[in-house]
Design a protein around this ligand. Sequence first.
Ligand SMILES: Nc1ncnc2c1ncn2[C@@H]1O[C@H](COP(=O)(O)OS(=O)(=O)O)[C@@H](OP(=O)(O)O)[C@H]1O
Length: 414
Amino acid sequence: MEAPTGQRTVGAGHSYYTGAGRRIGCFWAVLLLLALAVLLLAGVMHVDVRLLMPQLGDQVDGPPVTNVMFLKTHKTASSTVLNILFRFAETHNLSAALPAGGRFHLGYPWLFLARYVEGAEQGGPERRFNIMCNHLRFNPPEVQKVMPNDTFYFSILRNPVFQLESSFVYYKSHVPAFRNVTSLDAFLASPWAYYNQSLGLSNAYARNSMWFDLGFDNDAPPKEDYVRARLLDVERRFQLLLIAEHFDESMVLLRRLLRWRLDDVVAFRLNARSRHSVTSLSPAGQERAKHWCALDWRLYQHFNRTFWARLRAELSPRRLRSEVARLRERRRELAALCLQDSEPKNKSQITDFRLRPYQSGRADIMGYNLKPGLDNQTLQTCQRMVMPELQYMAHLYTLQFPDKPPKNIAFLEA
Ligand SMILES: Nc1ncnc2c1ncn2[C@@H]1O[C@H](COP(=O)(O)OS(=O)(=O)O)[C@@H](OP(=O)(O)O)[C@H]1O
């Protein structure tokens, strides 16, 4: 006898669903086993799982830090950091403390004053900004006038031997102490023949320039008590000192402390010299540079130590390795997406003047050409990543102060 249609349907349906239920159960069991196997394999092969599931690694606890002051020291990879901060300001609609009027820095080499910031004196004495990162000579009470109380302060240091070599080539014709000497080795062999202490500020790039940028006396004798007291000052004022030689590890640490996303801290190397404008110092010259810049040498040694101690406190070695690997991988992806030939170009090869960095002295400062044919959104992302310091500052200035005359960067066209 044939069962009524409805019963048969229900019966058939029931057995169908029972079979399907079994299949679904199997599916989840297999998936669970697979996941366990991957985790086991990752453990055995010392692979960080976040490398396999990148979206997991981009999770951060709590809101991002948005009040940030970066002391932009000279010739220390600071333009690359500035690019990161300007991008963050622009994409998060944050205000930046930019140089007033037609200026390109915040009063450097004079000690910073709040009135060097555009708009600091408008809207009453309480006007505060989110991001501050243009060159200035650090002067905490004045910086505090334009930055909120909960600002995160950080800076970056570089081995003074290489920092001095970079300065020498870049500021060769600008700094009196460097003007009349053929090489840095010759300068370091008898610095007092070229360095006139009474010229003060104009020679700041020639000796202990990071110490000077921090607001201290770059000609002070490196006496133990004095050095220790100033290092303590820096520790009190800054939450973090990064190290240019370990730039990627620095970005991992910075991102963690600021609770930013990975893409916020991925950057291309900016303001780098082409290989033919880098000179090498003899081993004796290197030792003399450490002696000549003894204050910077102490500064660098001290904060190189604290940097690694901080990294160890924040991340296990394996986690650090995997985060650095992820950062590099993402940089490679973005280079392939944005850059012509995925690499930097020297000044004569850069076709768009808006992307050509400011050139100084004998240095050939490299930049980038973008790939042709990028869609609008990708183009915007890529342009931001390769935009040199002066152009980016002028761009933000126009966005922030549309009624003011724009910064005149026509000289970059030459
Ligand atoms: N990501 C990264 N890692 C390591 N080093 C880097 C990085 N980005 C820039 N650089 C090097 O930093 C030098 C430029 O420093 P600044 O941008 O601070 O110079 S400036 O004071 O703003 O003119 C310049 O050094 P030299 O090439 O020796 O002159 C750059 O090569």
